[in-house]
Design a protein around this ligand. Structure first.
Ligand SMILES: [Zn+2]
Length: 182
């Protein structure tokens, strides 16, 4: 439910009921500028169309709710609920005009839409001579290779003297100089 009315020339009142909240937006248009004030008050759910009593300072909006009548006083750009309004003596109230939801003047700026997630790239990263791929798990930097050794890798040999790892083609241990047997 949303209603609007022109309070004074150039001053528009927009009001809508959201749950137990009544959201009031006051838009004042002057040449070259537009001011907007918005407030939200707990009133309960409306049971009838709000009506407006025009006053010299602004207006008094009567909200009929399930909890009883609520009065919203508007003076200039300030809006507040008043408990004991002096509506008597004012001219007859005028009903607000229904306007379509959603509100043309939302109290809060809408969130900018989130940028869509870019689709997952295949797990393959290339930077210069560095290459990484997941299948098989392997990482290369220049001519250095980390990861699972190729299945045909020859069995490692160790120095029988000191236990250091030696190449199968080595004839002497690089650590201790022990002559490696055939
Ligand atoms: Zn050795």
């Amino acid at each position: 439910m949303a209603y609007a009315i022109e309070l004074h020339p150039g001053q528009h009142l927009h009001i809508h009921n959201s749950g137990n909240q009544t959201v009031v937006t006051l838009t004042t248009a002057a040449p070259g500028q537009q001011q907007q004030a918005s407030t939200s008050v707990t009133t309960g759910r409306w049971t009838a169309v709000p009506v407006l009593y025009r006053t010299h300072q602004g207006g008094l909006v009567k909200l009929a709710t399930a909890q009883g009548d609520r009065y919203l006083s508007i003076q200039g750009t300030s809006m507040q609920l008043v408990s004991s309004p002096s509506v008597f003596g004012h001219p007859a109230p005028v009903p607000l005009e229904p306007v379509p939801d959603p509100t043309p003047a939302p109290p809060m700026a809408p969130m900018p839409p989130l940028e869509p997630m870019s689709p997952m790239k295949p797990m393959n990263l290339s930077m210069g001579n560095m290459q990484m791929s997941m299948q098989p798990m392997e990482m290369r930097m220049g001519d250095m290779t980390l990861g699972t050794p190729p299945p045909a890798a020859p069995a490692r040999r160790f120095c029988s003297q000191c236990g250091a790892s030696v190449q199968p083609s080595d004839r002497f241990c690089a650590a201790c100089g022990h002559h490696l047997g055939e």
